[in-house]
Design a protein around this ligand. Sequence first.
Ligand code: FPP
Length: 254
Amino acid sequence: MSDPRHIAIIMDGNGRWAKARGLPRVAGHKAGVDTLRAIVRAAGDKGLEFLTLFAFSSENWTRPTSEVTELMGLLKLFIRRDLSKLHSQNVRVRIIGSREDLASDICSLLEEAETRTAANTGLTLVIAFNYGSRDELARGMRKIAEDVAAGRLKPEAITAEMIASKLDTDWIPDPDLIIRTSGEMRLSNFLLWQAAYSEFLFAPEYWPDFKPAHFYAAIDEYHKRVRRFGGLTTEELQDFSGDSDVVPLRHTAG
Ligand code: FPP
């Protein structure tokens, strides 16, 4: 199995990590930012191309206002404090998600992070902020519907590739590996379309306890997986070598 190009992470368990220590939830999120820094560094060291982190979902607005405010504050602090360092590490920062309901100071910071690091050629750090897959798909479908309604597009021209091109992730390869920490085993509205053939790894550690060693172990585990993309591997196809119409499916991500 070739190296993963794109790893996406659901950073879960900050609240439980804090509760287990008798601390307020925000202490868990703060510790989570430390983990985030360490994993970004580890991903860059590994030569990973894309790392997507689920930082704030479109459903996280339903949390108490104080927690939402604290999460917004942590994002602002992270960009203000870490942007220069990320830039010097050759990291390109990109944001996915809707910017519609975001405060103007957050939007400006997100734009600044993207613009300042746009020419960097190392790891691309994709921050999913105010992101939800269903919202992303709805926004994409709206664009397609507008084109159909205006007569610019025929319904029969709508393909899976076209839908993918209308998503926030149209410029990113699908995630090869999706990691969720804290032992929960669900996608929670994260990259639903893009995860069609992703490998999954559910780590028992709460996010603040997730160390670079766990990240490297996840990559090692990924290397043991056999990806078929709905077809068969080259080895499995050996059994059909007499059938001229059987074509091996690609089994690396692209
Ligand atoms: C899940 O833990 C984590 C989040 C909802 C947010 C993740 C945010 C950070 C790591 C920090 C802020 C982000 C940036 C980009 C600076 P949870 O609160 O759902 O934990 P629980 O399931 O144990 O309650």
